[in-house]
Design a protein around this ligand. Structure first.
Ligand code: ADP
Ligand code: MG
Ligand code: ZN
Length: 569
């Protein structure tokens, strides 16, 4: 087990008292001028943890999350060498055990196999600063347009390597996404960061994650039907109130979740509208305005009663597809008749539903990266949830869309997954977790190659062009018609989300999709396009195995590294 180096004057050249200058004597070495706000934050951090100023010169703020701020700092080593560090200042309200667990993940599992290590940790009162080696990294959005297939292969291999390592230690990261996997394309360096939401498997080697687990379980037992901002809520409240509750939970990041059940928004992830899905299909009560699919709550089959409920969507106007009004509903035999109620699809909760046992399950993470079993609130989650998230990252890399799934609530996220992986398949998987899901429309499982090629704009170049003509038609609701590859479309601005779940089902609305698609395509050089035409079936086979709806059969990191897609690495 790695231990923290002691932060002492033996290893550093100390700064003059209170003089926050680096070796060059300038106040700030960064290439850009710091905003007043950042300067003030830096000042505050020096005040909160005065010892910092003896060792480090804080240059800039490089990350601002819900539960922490990350700064770039330099320090002069005794050897005279100036080294860069990342200082992660955890919000003072973080739970001490949570902080200690994050640190322990870094010290025990970090420093090898692309898992970020830790150098020092400073604390003053409730302020904790984790000092890590600094890894300069590329923005994922920039990467998307420039990465070659070989880079993607290496990126995924290195991400999986990090996952294999942490899973070996019984750590479930719970927040696998590009901003937590740093990548420096020039140096070919990678680092998995942010164990702030990590959880332990039953036999985790991280002692403090056992404490996290225990606390989590205790809380789960205590929580019964009290209102909570987590998880797929009580079906009837599955309306505006749910969306609001969850939304506010994500907007008010005051306390680090303890146990970690709250959603954690990603930084800068929603700023560029390149997602495949929009957020319009909030799980608000369907008014009939939309013609798309919506997902009804996942719940325990034992207590669920769905049969007596009105199927709102069935009454809706039929869309272009024949399956428009189909509904997927669990059999009634499992539902005790005395538990039937009428509040489903209404915005009230009846007494029957109030008396139902509330199910608590961990669901920390970022909505678009959450595995189906997390979205469906399965209490027994495994490291397979990280593999799903890795699959979503891979999907982004292959389709050049980021974020791929963008949803503000779990059911929207689930509906988006259904659109790609198939509604029947999702319902089937839900059944395995003892959950019943109903979907207003049947969505066929999409061919991943066709989907990614169409989104990336390489479909017409594909050597499989002619053989896939029918598939091209099948998935036309995803990205609209494919314009000629050399069509001039400069000047067309990226528009908001490509398609909401409703639109996905509506083949008629293709205009906005085309605009965004064109915009993405315009960035791709024709050489890149060619490069991307040769994506082997192996890539899509691996993607399919990562995005396995069933966590029990989903590929593990260890197995994935052995996948023939990585042959020769
Ligand atoms: P949070 O819990 O707030 O998400 P993270 O640990 O994910 O905190 O760090 C936030 C951001 O800070 C990262 O997305 C990354 O851009 C930057 N960062 C974190 N650690 C490092 C590091 N060791 N080197 C360089 N940048 C880092
Ligand atoms: Mg993070
Ligand atoms: Zn009810």
């Amino acid at each position: 087990m790695a231990t923290l180096e002691s932060l002492s004057k033996d290893s550093f050249n100390l700064h003059q008292n209170g003089q926050l200058k680096n070796d060059s004597g300038k106040e700030n070495k960064g290439s850009h001028k710091l905003s007043t706000e950042i300067k003030m934050d830096i000042e505050k951090l020096y005040e909160a943890v005065p010892r910092l100023s003896s060792f480090f010169f804080i240059e800039d703020k490089i990350g601002e999350g819900t539960f922490s701020s990350v700064y770039l700092a330099t320090a002069q080593l005794k050897s005279g060498k100036v080294e860069r560090f990342a200082l992660k200042h955890l919000i003072p309200t973080s739970h001490p055990v949570r902080i200690a667990a994050e640190l322990q993940c870094l010290t025990v599992a970090g420093g090898e196999d692309n898992v970020m290590g830790v150098k020092y940790c400073l604390r003053k009162d409730d302020h904790v600063v984790i000092v890590m080696p600094y890894l300069e990294h590329d923005s994922f959005l920039d990467l998307l347009s420039s990465m070659k297939l070989e880079d993607v292969r290496e990126y995924m291999y290195n991400l999986l390597k990090a996952l294999r390592r942490i899973h070996h230690f019984g750590i479930i990261h719970r927040d696998i996404k590009p901003s937590n996997f740093l990548y420096n394309g020039c140096l070919k360096k990678y680092a998995l960061v942010d164990f702030g939401l990590a959880q332990g498997t039953p036999n985790t080697k991280i002692e403090l994650l056992k404490v996290v687990r225990t606390e989590d379980q205790q809380k789960s037992c205590l929580k019964t039907k009290s209102a909570t901002s987590s998880g797929i809520k009580h079906p009837p409240s599955q309306t505006t109130s749910k969306a609001l509750v969850q939304h506010s939970a994500e907007k008010q990041p005051i306390k680090r979740p303890w146990p970690p059940t709250q959603a954690k928004p990603g930084k800068g992830e929603s700023s560029v509208p390149r997602s495949v899905f929009g957020e319009r299909s909030m799980n608000v009560r369907n008014t009939g305005i939309f013609e798309g699919a919506s997902v009804k709550p996942a719940r325990s089959i034992k207590t669920a009663d769905i049969t007596s409920r009105k199927i709102l969507v069935a009454k809706r106007k039929a869309g272009p597809s024949k399956s428009t009004s189909s509904c997927l509903i669990r059999k009634s035999s499992v539902c005790p008749s005395n538990l039937t109620c009428d509040c489903y699809t209404t915005d009230r909760i009846c007494s029957v539903c109030f008396s139902r046992r509330h199910q608590v399950a961990p669901r920390a993470g970022t909505p678009g990266f959450r595995a189906p079993e997390v979205l469906m609130k399965c209490p027994h989650q495994t490291s397979a949830i990280d593999m799903w998230s890795a699959g979503v990252v891979f999907l982004s890399l292959l389709s050049a869309r980021y974020p791929f799934f963008k949803a503000s609530d779990d059911l929207t996220a689930l509906a988006q997954i259904m659109t790609i992986r198939g509604s029947k398949e999702t319902v089937q998987a839900a059944k395995l977790f003892g959950k019943a899901v109903s979907c207003s429309k049947e969505c066929p499982k999409l061919d991943l190659r066709t989907l990614c090629e169409r989104l990336r704009g390489t479909h017409c170049f594909s050597k499989r062009k002619s053989s896939q003509k029918s598939e091209l038609m099948d998935c036309s609701h995803i990205s609209g018609t494919v314009p000629a590859p050399d069509a001039k479309d400069e000047g067309i601005k990226q528009t908001a989300s490509l398609s909401s779940i409703q639109e996905v089902q509506n083949q008629a609305r293709k205009v906005t999709q085309d605009v965004e698609w064109n915009s993405v395509k315009s960035k791709a050089k024709s050489s890149d396009v060619k490069n991307w035409c040769a994506v082997s079936d192996l890539a899509y086979d691996l993607l399919d195995k990562l995005l396995d709806l069933n966590p029990a059969t989903r590929i593990t990191a260890e197995m994935a590294l052995e996948h023939p897609f990585f042959e020769g690495i």
